[in-house]
Design a binder for this molecule. Structure first.
Ligand code: GAR
Length: 197
């Protein structure tokens, strides 16, 4: 049974979808920790209400010293015996040093069809570019931001009246399907990508 630490920064709807999925019969993984860089992240209470261990490592006292922040984070994750780390709306850029420690064992969900629209404001940028479709990607984390082997993508059509918010909401529904499907495969040692639409 693989032990999964989930890192969040906000509401944690993807984290909840992952927790729900790990309750399915025969699932090869179990949650060991939900951690956030923001002690006020609403997802922390939601995870605790599910009986999952939670931790906050506030990045602010560390200022620009990312490695020092990450060292604390690493200690917390390691102390819960994690085998896999899932970034789920975790909004801190991680250094190559941290990422390398988790090479092949850390996943991220990004709200675009990578390699398009790395970084922030993906929905607005897809709309501005006049894309006919948009979506989300789960990938292995490598030192390059929003890069790394793709483990799954889900596509949604862009509607004529879409705003960044309406598009984000439609993509989020697919995120909640895609991430659990990918984690289930990945935890079983299967890295073949999953394509949803
Ligand atoms: C999700 O849409 C996720 O894809 C995105 O943040 C949201 C978190 O929502 N992640 C990123 O933009 C990472 N660069 P959630 O807290 O409800 O899961």
């Amino acid at each position: 049974m693989k032990r999964v630490a989930i890192l969040i920064s906000g509401g944690g709807s993807n984290m909840l979808a992952l927790l729900d999925s790990m309750e399915e019969a025969g699932h090869p993984a179990t949650p060991c920790l939900v951690a956030s860089n923001d002690p006020a992240a609403p997802g922390l209470e939601r995870a605790a209400a599910r009986g999952v261990a939670t931790a906050a490592v506030d990045h602010r006292p560390f200022g620009r010293d990312r490695p020092a922040f990450e060292e604390e984070l690493q200690k917390v994750i390691a102390s819960h015996g994690a085998d896999i780390v899932c970034l789920a709306g975790f909004m801190r850029v991680l250094t190559a040093g941290f990422v390398t420690q988790w090479s092949g064992r850390m996943l991220n969900i990004h709200p675009s069809l990578l390699p398009k629209y790395r970084g922030l404001h993906t929905h607005a940028r897809a709309l501005e570019a006049g894309e006919a479709e948009h979506g989300c990607t789960v990938h292995e984390v490598t030192p390059e931001l929003d890069d790394g082997p793709i483990l799954g993508q889900a596509r949604v059509p862009v509607d004529p009246g879409d705003t960044p918010d309406s598009l984000a909401a439609r993509v989020l529904v697919m995120e909640h399907r895609l991430y659990p499907a990918v984690l289930r495969r990945f935890a079983a040692g299967d890295r073949r990508p999953i394509w949803l639409s």
